[in-house]
Design a binder for this molecule. Structure first.
Ligand SMILES: [Zn+2]
Length: 284
């Protein structure tokens, strides 16, 4: 297998006390920016692709771009499905060479999430592919909910223990007040809850929606024992800003390479700063 399963990357991270960054990509520029950053810092890497990214770029394009970048880098790189919500997309990715999949049944009732995740684990493990499950709902930044509802959406430590035991997942994504997209104000992470989950669960833990969490919060989460951290929004924002400012200054330029070139550099800088923050420099 060309790509390295998450299980191998994350167990090393867990043993050595750092986190591996999972960065979302959906095109050539982003893929190259992410891999370039990891190569400069000699870091392991997870290239994450959502269903939306697969639909946008085409599964073969996305896979081939990742494959070439991974080969050229010589780094241990995983190609990972982010938030797969059906067995169909999971199996498509496995068939096309992904080394890791997330099955996200977090919106389903607990028993259904357990049953579906268990099924994905049984199939994926037959061919050495790692599986990430999710328990607890990530509340979107746009969701207007009360404190009680916010609490109820978070991962329950006892349930997390049961979930991991019954499903056999290789990693667990937790909801501790983290959210996708940009945060309105300071994110309030429940570190006590994270410690309780860490104490009950033996597999690596995953923090989604880490864009916008202050560095201090990330360091604390890694110290408690988060081993995989997902970043998407901040990389997108760097892309948008670089393209917008280039076009504002150079409205006459029509060459896509000139327009997108500065964005590769800007995205790469964001990824590098995250890799440094997660502590995976030199861990390839
Ligand atoms: Zn996510």
């Amino acid at each position: 297998m060309l790509f390295v399963p998450n299980k191998l990357l994350l167990e090393k991270a867990m043993a050595e006390g750092y986190a591996v960054g999972a960065f979302n990509t959906n095109n050539l520029e982003t893929t190259r920016a992410i891999v370039r950053a990891a190569r400069e810092l000699d870091s392991p890497l997870i290239l994450a692709t959502s269903e939306g990214a697969i639909n946008y770029a085409g599964i073969n394009n996305l896979k081939t771009m990742a494959e070439i970048a991974a080969q050229e880098s010589g780094l241990p790189i995983s190609l990972h499905l982010d938030h797969g919500t059906s067995l169909e997309i999971v199996m498509r990715c496995i068939r096309h060479g992904w080394s890791s999949v997330m099955y996200d049944g977090s919106k389903l009732p607990f028993e259904e999430n357990v049953a579906n995740t268990r099924q994905v684990v049984e199939l994926a493990h037959l061919v050495g592919v790692s599986v990430e499950g999710e328990l607890g709902r990530l509340v979107g930044v746009e969701d207007n909910i009360s404190v009680t509802e916010r609490e109820a959406a978070m991962t329950d430590p006892d349930q997390a223990q049961e979930f991991v035991k019954r499903t056999g997942v290789d990693a667990l994504a937790v909801a501790i007040g983290n959210a996708h997209g940009f945060y309105k104000g300071e994110p309030q992470l429940d570190f006590i809850r994270l410690e309780q989950i860490r104490a009950r669960v033996e597999v690596p833990l995953v923090l989604h929606g880490a864009s916008g969490i202050p560095d201090e919060g990330i360091r604390r989460a890694v110290k408690i024992g988060v081993d995989k951290i997902n970043i998407d929004t901040e990389v997108r924002a760097a892309f948008q800003k670089a393209v917008a400012s280039f076009l504002a200054e150079n409205p006459q330029v029509i060459d896509p390479r000139k327009i997108l070139g500065p964005a590769i550099k800007a995205m790469s800088e964001v990824v590098k700063s995250k890799i440094e923050l997660f502590g995976s420099v030199g861990k390839a």
